[in-house]
Ligand binder design. Sequence first.
Ligand SMILES: [Zn+2]
Length: 455
Amino acid sequence: MDAKFLNATVVTCDDQRRVLRNAGVAIQGDRIKAVGPSGEIDGLHTHLPTIDARGKAILPGIVNAHTHVLLLALRGTIEDMGAEAIYGYMTPISFAMTPTEREAISLLGCLEAIRSGTTTLVEPFRHVVNYAGAMAETGMRLYFSENCADALTLKIRSGVYEFDQSWGEQFLERQRELIARFHDTSDGRVMCQVAAHAPDNCSPWMLRQLNDLHEKHGLRRTVHMAQSRGEVAQVRRYADCTPAQYLERNGWLGPDVVGAHWTYCTHEDVELLAGHDVHMAHCPANSSRRGPHQAPVARIMDAGVNIALGTDNMTEDMFQAMTIGSVVHRGSRGGGIQPQPQALLDAATRNGAHSLGRLADFGSIEPGKKADLMLINLDHPSLRPAINVVSNIVHYGHPGVVDSVLVDGEFLMLGGQVVCLDERAVVENAQAAVESAWRRLHSQSPDVPLPASLR
Ligand SMILES: [Zn+2]
């Protein structure tokens, strides 16, 4: 698109973190051409059509650094149910869905993400090749990977850890297909990574296979790390070390690696990870559902680690991640007013881009960068009075304040309407898909209780 937004408040998230009032942003094609005072942008770019953005703030599009859109299937159920979530529910349902159900649920995830101002989703999960195409058609910026494991993940819920290379080979085959079909497609808007699911379910053999793919295709890597006490205990039993040490021994730490969670990292682990320039994908909202997130965030921040925000599972709402993130980050310092809101907004934008090695391309509003933007309605009652825009967005923002979303200079949402999806159809198809997936899960694993409303 070629156009210029005028009369806006522009929250640049640039190196100086400038917030420009009565400002404009010129876009040419998929890139930002210029940012500055509204009159100057208008005068220098007279040939560009004008979009009046009075009453709006323009921000960099949100980068969700870690999510699993298909786990929306569990929303409104397991948050309040007993048993361990990862192997008790998330793993079994990931295998119980059909390809059609995966596609339907993934589009609900995209719809919610776009409505929360998100332009980039990082999606490591299982059978991604089944639904990557549907997600790519939305126009979002996407990073896909198959969450590989060679432990028999469906047995772990019964306390059994058993490695099986033929099981692991199925994941690798799906990962290879994902790369062949989707890596660096749609003019580079869709990319692939490699993902080791977690240190407890990946043997050194699996980590080696994934490193081979990482090297062969030049892909960045991601892994869940120290996310549960069960994982920490299993790695101690299996390899007599911490998850972070296990990854280091197997050549899985480096500046291209994003580790999700770090919940039960020791102080020594934090030093080790920081020393290897590993990025953190922090998912404060989802991880706080059963009590405040336990990750030593203050220590991680002080070690200089790049912290990017994600939603992980059962929501794509990155405003919630910023709001609860602020509570968790301040709580990790025993309370107070640090970090300031801009740090949370950074974590949801430029730090996410940095974690993908793409800060030169997106994550802030600067000339030459991708036109991945969100417009926020500053007249929404929840953002008034408008005194400090960034503070309002981080503490009180929600998807209802998002007005428009652009990726590569194209509108995915415009004036409150998502234009890249049929919203009604997406919601109805996802509802039907989730209900049938739950019923199948229950028939395959009768010990997983069916929610009362589906009985
Ligand atoms: Zn996750």
